[in-house]
Ligand binder design. Sequence first.
Ligand code: UFG
Length: 376
Amino acid sequence: MSVCKGIYHVLIYAKTEHKVALRMVLIPILNLNMEKRIVIVTGGAGYIGSHTVVALHESGYRPVIIDDFSNSKPEVLDGIAKITGVKPQLFSLDCRSKNDLLEALQSCTADGEVAGVIHFAAYKAVGESTEKPLDYFENNIGSTVSLLAAMSESGVSNLVFSSSCTVYGQPDQIPVDESAPILPAESPYGYTKQACERLIMDAFKSSMPLSACLLRYFNPIGAHQSANIGELPIGHPNNLIPYLTQAVAGLRNPLTVFGNDYPTEDGTCIRDYIHVMDLARAHVASIAWLESNSPSCEAFNLGTGTGKSVSEVIAAFEKTNGIEVPYAFGPRRSGDVVAIFANAEKAHRELGWNCEFNLEEALRDAWKWQLQLAQA
Ligand code: UFG
């Protein structure tokens, strides 16, 4: 029995006047909470997952986290609670286990109405995936197979999948829209995103009751404005912003800018950097869209629509935060595409979603988070 249900029963059988008065106040509050539709978030303690849990809470859903903390920390749930006032319910399990997933999903369906599942749980380091392809295939594809099977058995039919603009490789046209061809993957990581998209589309075409949004992220950066949650890379950060903030904080060697001889205006690569809270809100919009557009299976680009070069990002960071970035130009990194940014018109039109933050605000929040980490 959940704590909420336990309190509810104690109150139902209360006899004293004091308890009756308390019951009159508390039962409507508890009922309100029970009535909130549940959204199950695999990888909900991770970077984008934790911000999405906050956004779901703020939009009136009841997020329930599934995470095995293989690439995150349980303390993230305390950070979420500081923002929302509620520590989310947690199922600590490995998403490759269909039986464990099924048990968690059935427990949620017994507890309330489940609006859908958001599936973040996956390994995500491009470089590491070339060293450990078996782990990436087994974990990323295996967990998606198990999740689809558990959803089918438990009668949960709405799925939001965490995909990536990596599926496009270097597109012929930028900004890139969702009709661009899926190119052969550069890395095992990229291949797992393509394979999972394909798997979900095939399941959608089958007799399985399923609706899905395939969300193709561009480059999420920044942190919640409160700095209670943010990105927690374990070990050497591979992505630009966590490395940059750690270098500025003196925790790493100066940043190496990977290549300044690309065919762009300043010679450095161009990406579409999106504030993680904007990305988080797009997941809430996707769940709401699925609730009123089933059956559907659609891909959506999630980016700002504006490309910025690495040199522009460094300059914007210095100007916004009033601090110098130590860096040097180095050789190109293998597998990097020259330039990519999103045409996100479909997400604006269909999901009714737009970005609220600009690059400077995202860089301000990334630095605020790094400063907070130093104090912790
Ligand atoms: N960069 C540097 N120095 C660094 C790190 C990155 O110059 O220390 C540059 C990269 O060369 C690139 C840009 O900063 O030009 C962004 O690099 P990131 O590693 O932050 O991001 P990517 O665009 O390479 O990768 C991201 C996600 C992947 C996803 C991919 C899709 O991390 O998960 O976008 O293109 F697959």
